[in-house]
Design a binder for this molecule. Structure first.
Ligand SMILES: *Cc1c(COP(=O)(O)O)cnc(C)c1O
Length: 394
């Protein structure tokens, strides 16, 4: 029970007032109350590699990281992050000046925006957007300017003719996310080249959230924006161990960028958490050195699970946007005679015993997002088969 204050002023400040409790809390409570299968929140129901879990235990037992680690992250991890960027993408970063370890990608995003924005600066972000973006932009006093990904021939695409006019004289940065949550879209080389050209032409900073960099399927390819011409010096690249290694609770994320950008982001980060996840940093350093076969296996396994869920959803009557990446499949509920994703998701646990998330929560333009509903497929195959069976029976 909140105490009464002596003034009539609301307790929550005006920057955060529009952000109530997240939908994930409401839907997870519904899942618990009804015993429904929770395909709402995107976390795996199986932990990552046993040897990486053991590496964390070893670090903890050996007393590595149990006390405050260095502010930028432990050297072993920064070196491993730089080696990963070089090996995968041919991008060379100095582990001492161009890599910063954060408390998950979430802190990296918040610290980047807090560091780089002045109040009133505009941020052009792809809509629908990951829920922390709007709140972090608001905390930094920025103004978000959404550019909406729209359904086109079976996937959600960026319309470059909508992106260009969204950039104004007040735009400070572009906030990009590829592979994209919640749509599963992986931006193509041509789309990324156009974003890069625009950023260079208008002299914009770019913050790019690439936490699903390894979770791409079929012939989709993840291309880091920082590798495009003119981007190395203006791009803050963010990733995290959570999704790549199936340890979302460890909250080990990182930033790679030019020294001046890393230094700016570190200025904000040092007063948020200062440091975090000490022993886990050593374990993630080992994870980053896993052979390609690990990533191939993860991709194959997730693709199979995507197909189980996507096929089940299509058979149940949803229009399915088969994702090229991420943990999520977005559907359109209109073929089921429904049009309001909120109402649909609130009823679904009792109606079918499955929990999903209405994509409208990821839109400023709730109307544009109304008919779309997101299901997570980072769950065991038999869980997904059972969810598909329940949805077909609905
Ligand atoms: C899960 C997720 C994050 C958060 O990553 P953490 O490392 O858990 O903080 C950031 N961005 C997107 C798009 C995500 O889906």
């Amino acid at each position: 029970m909140a105490a009464m204050t002596s003034t009539a002023r609301p307790l929550l400040n005006r920057r955060l007032a529009e952000f109530g409790t997240t939908i994930f809390a409401e839907m997870s409570a519904l899942a618990a109350a009804t015993g429904a299968i929770n395909l709402g929140q995107g976390f795996p129901d199986t932990d990552g590699p046993e040897e990486i879990r053991e590496a964390a235990v070893r670090a903890l037992r050996d007393g590595r990281g149990n006390q405050y680690p260095p502010g930028p992250g432990v050297p072993e991890l920064r070196t491993a992050i730089a080696a990963h960027q070089l090996r995968r993408y041919g991008l060379s970063y100095d582990p001492d000046t161009e890599v910063l370890v954060t408390a998950g990608a979430t802190e990296a995003i918040a610290a980047s925006l807090l560091a780089l924005l002045e109040p009133g600066d505009e941020v052009v972000a792809l809509e629908p957007y990951y829920d922390s973006y709007a709140a972090s932009i608001a905390l930094a006093g920025g103004r978000r300017v959404p550019v909406t990904l729209r359904p086109h021939e079976g996937s959600f695409r960026l319309d470059l003719d909508e992106l260009r006019p969204a950039v104004t004289d007040r735009t400070r940065l572009l906030l990009i996310n590829t592979p994209h949550n919640p749509t599963g879209t992986v931006l193509t080389r041509a789309e990324l080249a156009a974003i890069a050209e625009l950023a260079v032409e208008r002299d914009l900073l770019v913050v790019t959230d690439e936490v699903y960099e390894h979770l791409v399927f079929d012939d989709a390819e993840h291309l880091p924006l920082a590798a495009f011409p003119g981007m190395r010096e203006r791009t803050v690249t963010i990733s995290s161990a959570g999704k790549t290694y199936s340890f979302t609770g460890w909250k080990v994320g990182w930033v790679t960028a030019a020294p001046a950008l890393v230094s700016a982001v570190r200025s904000a980060k040092q007063f948020l958490t200062y440091v975090s996840s000490g022993p886990f940093q050593y374990a993630v350093a080992e994870a980053l050195a896993l052979p390609d076969s690990y990533y191939d296996g993860l991709r194959r396994s997730l693709r199979e699970r995507r197909d189980i869920l996507a096929t089940g959803l299509a058979e149940a009557g949803f229009e399915v946007f088969r994702p090229a990446g991420t943990y999520f499949v977005t559907t359109d509920i209109r073929p089921l005679g429904e049009k309001d994703g909120f109402a649909f998701c609130r009823a679904l646990p009792r109606r079918a015993g499955v929990v999903a998330i209405p994509n409208a929560v990821f839109y400023d333009d709730r109307e544009a997002g109304a008919p779309f509903v997101r299901f997570a497929f980072c769950k065991k195959e038999d869980v997904l088969r059972e969810a598909a069976r329940r949805l077909r029976a609905m």
